[in-house]
Design a binder for this molecule. Sequence first.
Ligand code: CP3
Length: 364
Amino acid sequence: MFPLRYGIEMAKDPPTNSTQALYQSPFLRACRHEPVPFTPVWLMRQAGRYMPEYRELRERIGFLELCKTPALAAEVTVTAAERLGVDAAIIFADILLVIEPMGIDLEFGKGEGPIIHNPVRSRADVEHLRELEDLGALDFVFEAIRQTRRGLRDDLPLIGFAGAPFTLASYIVEGGGSRNYVDTKTLMYRDAGAWHAMMSLIARALSKYLNAQIAAGAQAVQLFDSWVGCLSPDDYREFVLPHTRDVIRNVNPGTPVIHFGTGTAALLELMREAGGDVIGVDWRVKLDEAWKRIGHDVGMMGNLDPVALFADVNHVRGKTKRILDQAQRRPGHIFNLGHGILPNTPVENVIALVDAVHELSAGA
Ligand code: CP3
């Protein structure tokens, strides 16, 4: 096949924005379900309020402004990846940035999370949403990716991301976070035509947005379907699956896609059907059972409970080992939390987790 170097097979052609060192990184090898010297690990929200460096920066600058200042977004991204010793960086941004140029008026209130001032509740509201034709309004994201790529080690992959259509639709319709998704499901059930029109508009925007992140220098992309677990399997199949599938199908071939959701125990097979090289799961499912259900020919990301990081280090190591044992070092496992790191998480425990994954999985 291909010549061997460092004991691992060399691949043919890395995609144009990847060097051979990047292409052979444990994270990208795992995305392609190739063997790795140790289990790669990165953590959702690895750059965030649990980090003193981040909090200090946020005293001087608002969240959206930080996202829109490429030099600072790049600095936050690189600092987190280096401090933790993780195997991939994720661009500092937010899933909601893409909806602003679609006509949504977005604000991040102090400590309250996102607020949308013009939520979409009717067919008429859907008709007012703008098609994302010109990506220029999001150039700050692409510039942050270019600057981050220059600041990262040559062999450390950078993950681009977007919210999946359902999770974005839930914010657009509810106007913020939600407990029962009543307005979202009401639109879905009462006016399926308007729902599908909105979802396909979002899906078209997302594939363009993700491909532009790849062109700017991201080596992999993740779709966050954080709140999709509120749906029944039948509703997922009818109202969500076709749109998520369209996004993933239209991502440049050759760039791995991670498809992540929470509370998805009832949806795993359907998420797999929607697509993705790697499926991300939370701690409410057993990783080995989830993997068996979706098939070992796709990758698996997860799945430590982020709250476990509040326990003592030995407890963290124990839980980490249990997850690694379930993965059995099968090619395609990427270690992560089951959802983002929470504020107030002790930084030393996060670092201990990364070290534990590397140590416990190396040469096993
Ligand atoms: O993972 C990373 O380190 C990259 C950066 C990143 C952020 N948001 C930064 C952020 C990523 C990947 C996201 C994704 C995101 N944003 C999701 C999907 C992941 C998930 O958590 O389910 C969602 C649902 C959002 C929307 C969002 N952004 C919410 C609900 C909130 C408020 C809640 C909170 O945690 O504060 C945000 C704000 C946000 N996004 C912060 C960060 C670091 C905190 C803002 C601050 O500094 O106060």
